[in-house]
Design a protein around this ligand. Structure first.
Ligand SMILES: C[S@@+](CC[C@H](N)C(=O)[O-])C[C@H]1O[C@@H](n2cnc3c(N)ncnc32)[C@H](O)[C@@H]1O
Length: 219
């Protein structure tokens, strides 16, 4: 019995000594980041009033990024930064970066303040400009796109970015549903996405409705 106890203690000692310090530093850094972002989001719960995504959609965006190890992300429509914070939280785990675009100066400035407070500024390149002009000029490539600006331009944004999305990358559109047909008059856009041969589109209705269009290899 004593021998077994000794052997167990020795094994535990060897295992703990073999955890590389860099790994444990990285783990501590990620844990501190999680704590800070969670505290920020909890402090703002129920206070996002600038057309921001509900929490369920934010969580979904973060989880898609982490699950697929996406690194190069684009958001069209920052507003005050709720969705960008969830996206950048995911990117803080994969070592990626988000470019996000907002035309309204006051909302852009508020978003910058929120990014600082959440501790996520280093993961976000926030541009204040018209996405109609900037999006077609962005070189890409992108692993992940979240489209949440002017709905009558959704198709134009998609067509401009789709060629710059990597195979296996996903393009997520907000306020779109397959079940609640024609939400925001976007039935035509939904049909368009579903008809694309090189994209597989699924839907998630837990929040305000999103389509998730992932790029397949062209046959
Ligand atoms: C639904 S809100 C985005 C909410 C944000 N994704 C969030 O969850 O916090 C849409 C935003 O897109 C911005 N927007 C609309 N048209 C735009 C354009 N052409 N270029 C850039 N931003 C635009 C609006 O000013 C608005 O703040």
């Amino acid at each position: 019995m004593r021998k077994l106890l000794l052997a167990t203690l020795m094994t535990a000692a060897v295992l703990s000594a073999s955890v590389p310090p860099l790994f444990s530093q990285e783990h501590d850094r990620a844990a501190a980041m999680d704590k800070k972002v969670r505290a920020f989001l909890e402090s703002r719960a129920g206070e996002w009033r600038d057309m921001n995504v509900p929490e369920a959609d934010g969580r979904l965006l973060r989880d898609i990024i982490v699950k697929n190890n996406y690194k190069r992300a684009l958001e069209i429509g920052t507003s005050t930064g709720h969705s960008a914070i969830w996206i950048a939280w995911g990117l803080s785990k994969t070592g990626g970066k988000l470019t996000t675009i907002e035309i309204d100066e006051a909302r852009h400035n508020k978003a910058l303040e929120n990014f600082r407070e959440a501790g996520l500024s280093e993961y976000i390149d926030a541009r204040r400009t018209d996405a109609h002009e900037l999006v077609p000029k962005l070189p890409g490539p992108f692993d992940f796109v979240f489209s949440d600006a002017d709905k009558d331009w959704y198709k134009e944004y998609f067509d401009a970015v789709a060629p710059k999305l990597i195979v296996g990358g996903c393009y997520v559109t907000h306020n779109v549903s397959d079940r609640r047909w024609n939400l925001f008059g976007l039935g035509g856009y939904v049909d368009y996405l579903k008809g694309l041969k090189n994209f597989e589109t699924t839907f998630d209705d837990r929040g305000a409705g999103v389509s998730i269009s992932c790029k397949k290899r062209e046959k």
